[in-house]
Ligand binder design. Structure first.
Ligand code: TYD
Length: 199
């Protein structure tokens, strides 16, 4: 089974995915934990902070290329019987790059369609994608970045990323309220995975 964890930075997905991995291992499952971006990606701080659609397209292609290679490793792990947990996957591109490149399209719907069409080369898809939903104000506070100079601009961008995360119709997406205690988020997710494993 392939499971992805999604959300804005500070949503707690990295911690929670590790907790889930540990719990599944304790129950005797073989688990492979991975993440995106992988270490193969090449991007600069400038690209990371650019809000220019051209840079957004460039990043979208880089992440897609990274994922194209990454999916082969995921497939190998799945074939050997492991549960694969990935900290970010396709939904990250739809949300983060979508929030930037959508201005180049007539609307959000068209932008999402274009990204989904381009991502048809990504054949390995998660059965479940947990989207850990949290207000950027809360997540940025968790990351203690709220007082940073770029705070306002950053939260405005993250609010659009969140809107995309919430609104996109993505197969297997389960939205979790990540403003709850980490233990609660963790047990809700573990329960869902165990239920899916029983099917
Ligand atoms: P980061 O957390 O800096 O990576 P690391 O944990 O290795 O330091 O990178 C994650 C950032 O990448 C995060 O802000 C979201 C962004 N991202 C995208 O914009 N699109 C994507 O497709 C992916 C996978 C990540």
């Amino acid at each position: 089974m392939f499971v992805a964890f999604e959300g804005i930075d500070g949503s707690g997905k990295t911690t929670v995915s590790k907790m889930v991995g540990d719990a599944l291992r304790e129950k005797g499952y073989h688990v492979y934990i991975t993440k995106e971006p992988t270490e193969n990606i090449q991007w600069t701080e400038e690209m990371k902070h650019s809000r220019d659609p051209a840079s957004g397209f460039s990043l979208f292609f880089r992440f897609t290329e990274d994922r194209y290679v990454h999916q082969a490793e995921i497939a190998r792990q799945l074939e050997s019987g492991r549960i694969v947990l990935s900290d970010r996957y396709l939904l990250s591109s739809l949300a983060y790059q979508g929030a930037i490149i959508e201005s180049a399209f007539p609307g959000r719907k068209e932008a999402l369609k274009w990204m989904m069409d381009t991502s048809s080369i990504i054949k390995v898809r998660p059965e479940l994608t947990f989207y850990l939903d949290v207000d950027p104000y809360v997540s940025m506070d968790r990351l203690s970045r709220r007082a940073s100079l770029s705070g306002f601009e950053e939260s405005e961008y993250l609010n659009r990323v969140r809107e995309l995360y919430k609104s996109v119709d993505f197969e297997g997406k389960i939205t979790i309220d990540a403003s709850q205690e980490k233990e609660k988020v963790f047990s809700e997710i573990l329960e869902r995975i165990e239920h899916a494993l029983m099917q």
